[in-house]
Design a binder for this molecule. Structure first.
Ligand SMILES: [Fe+2]
Ligand SMILES: [Fe+2]
Length: 206
């Protein structure tokens, strides 16, 4: 158990402080960089910072859940999805750099909170654990759709990343569903929406 915690602690530090790597090619990597107005750039940057922060939270959630999941099939599926989340982290991180910005200073805070939520969800048992995951991925998918409405039309590079992430998140939701996710009660779903709204409003700016 102690070994497990050391491994996970190390993962946490890497999520927060080391550059993430992607095995798949970065979406939009073959697209040319276009000139964006200052306003467009700042807006794209804010949205990509929100997405990066969301991916930091995804790392923590998956980590917390994988620590506590009982069913080996669920644990394996969580690990595989977590690997794709690392790629999302790498893509958003690089895009933020290309746009000339930096990641949110609040990331460690959200990471800690998400880890605690992930562990708690895992302790409730696999059906609730997966239910929480399915709902999270659905909400993130919807959120990414709204970013596709809002990102500058010209910013093909950011759009390609967000599109691929959206597709991956919806696949993660389907995976959780197929593994027997329970449907979360409405107040829990609403609470999750509220907390992600707080997170997005803050990390858009800082
Ligand atoms: Fe993701
Ligand atoms: Fe996901």
């Amino acid at each position: 158990m102690i070994d497990k915690f050391i491994v996970e602690f190390d993962k946490g530090l890497r999520t927060l402080f080391a550059p993430a790597l992607s095995s798949r090619p970065h979406p939009g990597k073959n697209l040319d960089e276009v000139t964006l107005s200052d306003e467009q750039k700042q807006h794209a940057l804010g949205l990509m910072r929100v997405n990066h922060c969301g991916e930091v939270c995804a790392q923590a959630l998956y980590q917390g859940q994988a620590l506590t999941a009982r069913d080996p099939a669920a644990r394996e599926a969580l690990k595989e999805a977590a690997h794709e989340e690392v790629e999302h982290l790498a893509w958003t991180e690089q895009r933020i750099r290309e746009l000339g910005g930096r990641t949110s200073v609040l990331n460690p805070l959200w990471y800690g909170g998400s880890l605690a939520i992930g562990v708690a969800a895992g302790l409730l048992g696999d059906r609730w654990n997966l239910g929480f995951l399915e709902e999270t991925e659905h909400q993130v998918g919807a959120h990414l759709d709204s970013h596709l409405q809002s990102l500058p039309e010209e910013d093909g590079k950011s759009r390609a990343i967000v599109t691929q992430m959206r597709d991956d998140e919806l696949r993660h939701a389907d995976m959780a569903h197929a593994l027997g996710a329970a449907r979360l009660p409405l107040p829990v779903r609403q609470g999750m929406k509220l907390s992600s709204r707080l997170m997005t409003a803050a990390s858009y700016r800082i």
